[in-house]
Design a protein around this ligand. Sequence first.
Ligand SMILES: [Zn+2]
Ligand SMILES: [Zn+2]
Length: 349
Amino acid sequence: MAEKMKAARFYGVGEPLKIDKIPVPKLGPEDVLVEMKACGICGSDIHIVYEGVTPTAYTPITLGHEPSGVIFGIGSEVRDWKIGDRVTINPFLTCGKCINCLSGNSQICLSRRVVGIHTEGGLSEFLKVSAKNLISLPETIPFDQGGIIVDAVATPFHAITKRGFLRAGERVAIFGCGGLGIHGVQIAKVCGASQVIAVDAIDSVLERAKEVGADEVINPRKGDPIEKIKTLTEGTGVDLAVEFVGLKETIDQAVKCVRVGGRAVVVGLGPEGIVLPPPTQIVRSELSFLGSYGSTTLEIQNVVDLVANGKLDLSVSITERFPLDDVNQGLDHLYQKIGHPIRIVIEMG
Ligand SMILES: [Zn+2]
Ligand SMILES: [Zn+2]
């Protein structure tokens, strides 16, 4: 086996990633070495490389937290996996001992770290991970879809099912239909929403939302989305609004478009302060205002099962593919929103 591998490494904000040759990692007893086949790139990578709003634990570091591949090596204590198994990887490294891990909320583990942000990531030829982070990937799911499942699809799944607690028959508004929100539309349909209203400022993105199942689409540049949502719901508002943008304005709209007793869930990350309605309103309407972050291994498994059984179709989710050597071009296309990408995936051959 080669002793060195190619990896796309981040050295500093505003600098292109460098393709370095670095040593293939050595395995601990509970680790596996995964030969990478694909790794999605994400808005968080843009925050790291272009905007500097998400600091990495150190530099240089290999980015990439939507990895999938094939097991290449196994630590001495690993029992349930074998060389050649197709896998995707939960990028959250969690302690298993804190109050949140113990209560099934490992996505908010008190000592959470993320592969590709705090430890070496998947934009490389090999990735070392703990065997407990692996999820088996059936033959029917291609590696590129397997990679994006762990963040771009599992994150909205967690937001809608666990935080938003969507029940069959309810009405849902999705704010922002990019890489995460478009999957939010699909997941709301799969979970039995009676009406899914997609809100986005780009018409072609709304068209795409319609193609994957949105019942109604609203462009906020062409009229007040709150009024439109109220009209579409006979004046009551939706049961659940999920916000994937992270802007003050869209969060405000999400809060204002839910019915009395409704839930507004925010997934979009943004630095701006937000203003909530006065307590007289929050209290009397029993508004639930919730943050939602990431997902658990169980939820990733749920999404894998939905895709494997044909209930969730990710065939249009990958907008462009690039080889590892062209990772900076992929990042640039995502940053500049060329072709309004849902997901851009780096393929490792
Ligand atoms: Zn991400
Ligand atoms: Zn923990």
